[in-house]
Design a protein around this ligand. Structure first.
Ligand SMILES: *Cc1c(COP(=O)(O)O)cnc(C)c1O
Length: 393
């Protein structure tokens, strides 16, 4: 039996079969609409799900190539791209839920997903509750007869907890609820939730898939019937990806494996360094043996990711001084790009979520979330060192 090609090989070529024109770099179909051969063809296309050449909000050949690539890499039957991660998350959620349903969300989630769950869904008659992602027993007992959606992230934002995805998938299957995992922090290189039995996987392509902090996009992958339901929402809510950004995302995929491999290695080096540092109270990185989810991460992930969170001693004041003293690492939201970025979650998402939610998510005043970029790890460590020394003065 021949071995299937490695992820690195597949990520270079995935979706390429849809590009007969050059066979190498794909064309950008920068058009909003497509000429119809006849009125009859128009009628036929309008009856199709996600036609490729009808109207770009409905589908576009460049976007389709990206979707084919993501679906292949995540191990789905189909995928659907959006103009942002939140576009994908909102459309997917609304494709599953109706008034009277119950939805179970992780306690620790991307802030806008938490806002949607807390503030938007209840307005439409959906009952929402929250469970700890790292506690399967609690999760199982939080499922209700009307639970239709179970939505989790792993590793979580920003404290990088690990959720047992096979266990989560089992609970979903037993209860008849669809399981959805936001896989943004792991990237498709480090983790493939569909292969662990999860129903739908989501990404903010703004992060690792784009990889260069120059595009905003989202994607969902899974079974064809579920993706078709998402497409019906995309068509109405309208968060379609532009063909140019689809092209950028395809370009990003070709280097995903080398970028993430480097980020995995650099993040581990940074995490090890910080774990020994006297100014650091605690490091959250699933690659460290002392991380509570380390064993699970070893089992379900290919690498531990490029995100490291750490708590500095001295709380809010020390954390603020540190981020303002950095010279190489940039204070900015977002993650997954070539440039290392750092955020101070307690102050930066403070306005969006209540004190109680922040505490429940483990967002302490001294916590910093570091997206390790492609710079040499020694330079990143040196910058952290000089900033911690400056902050101590
Ligand atoms: C950034 C992010 C999102 C939202 O993606 P956008 O592209 O900004 O809409 C969702 N989930 C996670 C985990 C993210 O990091």
């Amino acid at each position: 039996m021949t071995r299937p090609p490695d992820f690195a090989t597949r990520s270079v070529h995935a979706g390429g079969g849809r590009n007969p024109s050059s066979g190498i770099a794909p064309p950008i179909f920068q058009t909003s609409t497509f000429k119809l051969a006849s009125a009859r063809e128009g009628v036929e296309l309008m009856q199709m799900s996600a036609p490729e050449r009808f109207y770009t909000r409905w589908g576009n050949p460049t976007t389709k190539q990206l979707e084919a690539a993501i679906s292949e890499l995540e191990g789905g039957e189909a995928a659907l791209a959006f103009s942002s991660g939140m576009g994908a998350i909102a459309a997917t959620t609304f494709s599953i839920l109706s008034a009277g349903d119950h939805a179970l969300f992780a306690k620790a989630l991307y802030s806008a997903t938490t806002e949607m769950a807390q503030q938007v869904l209840p307005r439409f008659g959906v009952e929402v509750s929250f469970a700890e992602g790292s506690d399967l027993a609690a999760l199982r007992s939080a499922v209700r007869p009307r639970t239709k959606l179970i939505f989790f992230e792993s590793p979580t934002n920003p404290t990088l907890e690990i959720c047992d995805l096979e266990g989560l998938a089992r609970i979903g299957r037993e209860s008849g609820a669809l399981t959805v995992v936001d896989n943004t922090f792991a990237s498709p290189y480090n983790q493939n939730p569909l292969r662990l039995g999860i129903d739908l996987v989501l990404h903010s392509m703004t992060k690792y898939i784009g990889g260069h902090s120059d595009l905003t996009g989202g994607v969902v992958a899974g079974k064809r019937e579920h993706i078709e339901a998402c497409w019906k929402m995309l068509k109405i809510f309208g968060a379609c990806l532009s063909p140019f950004e689809a092209w950028l995302a395809i370009r990003g995929l070709k280097t995903l494996a080398v970028r993430v491999e480097r980020q995995n290695a650099s993040a581990l080096a940074v995490a090890r360094h910080l774990a020994r540092h006297p100014a650091v109270e605690r490091v959250h990185y699933p690659g460290l043996p002392e991380h509570p989810g380390h064993g699970l991460a070893r089992k379900q992930m290919r690498g531990f990711g490029g995100m490291v969170s750490f708590e500095v001693r001295g709380g809010l004041a020390a954390a603020t001084r540190l981020v303002e003293s950095l010279k190489l690492i940039t204070l900015a939201v977002s993650l997954g790009g070539a440039e290392s970025l750092i955020v101070h979650p307690a102050s930066m998402i403070h306005g969006l979520l209540s004190e109680e939610t922040l505490r429940a998510q483990g967002i302490l005043p001294g916590l910093l979330r570091f997206s390790v970029g492609l710079e040499a790890p020694e330079d990143l460590i040196a910058d952290l060192e000089q900033a911690m020394a400056a902050g101590g003065r």
